[in-house]
Ligand binder design. Structure first.
Ligand code: AMP
Length: 171
């Protein structure tokens, strides 16, 4: 399966200088999505997993799919201000500036094994923040999954745990 055929590259979106990798064609194609799902499940299947955590927002497109296939629960790691009730929030660095993400406090992650999933790994700031939020609550991150990796940014170096990606761009 040539996943790059299902990823559209859009220059200068959402801001000038960013070559946006749009996964809309991937989502629209059953075989391509099924390939992503089965590839991720192959990586996960030998692990004892309690939760799949989806990263706001495109990570959600994969997290519930994987959780359902594995027979486990999932939860959301969301941009600040999106989750109701008591939350834990952490700031992280973007290429320009900072942002914040939150998880709900009422999910008991203590000694639970979580796998993180997002559509794309760039600098790794987002996944690192997600790792930190889970670790602060006493949870364990097994590893992260990303459909796409921008390898020239070396995002994996910023993470505490391993990251697996299915399609790599070095431009
Ligand atoms: P980073 O924290 O730098 O690893 O950025 C990863 C997050 O930003 C992911 O949630 C992606 O959805 C988004 N992102 C960063 N760069 C791109 C890009 N070139 N195309 C699409 N999404 C991107």
């Amino acid at each position: 399966m040539k996943l790059k055929d299902y990823i559209e590259e859009i220059p200068d979106f959402p801001v000038k200088g960013i070559l946006f990798k749009d996964i809309s064609p991937l989502l629209a194609n059953f075989e391509a999505m099924n390939y992503v799902k089965t590839s991720f499940i192959d990586i996960i299947k030998s692990y004892n997993v309690d939760y799949i955590a989806g990263i706001d927002a495109r990570g959600f497109l994969f997290s519930t799919l994987l959780a359902d296939a594995l027979g486990v629960g999932s939860f959301m790691i969301r941009k600040e201000g999106k989750l109701p009730g008591k939350v834990m929030t952490k700031e992280y660095n973007l290429e320009y500036g900072t942002s914040k993400m939150s998880i709900k406090k009422n999910i008991n992650l203590k000694n639970k094994n979580t796998i993180l999933v997002d559509d794309l790994l760039a600098t790794g700031g987002t996944l690192k923040c997600a790792e930190d939020l889970i670790n602060i609550t006493g949870g364990n991150v097994l590893f992260s999954l990303a459909v796409i990796e921008l390898t020239n940014l070396n995002g994996y170096k910023n993470l505490n745990s391993k990251v697996y990606s299915l399609v790599k761009y070095d431009d």
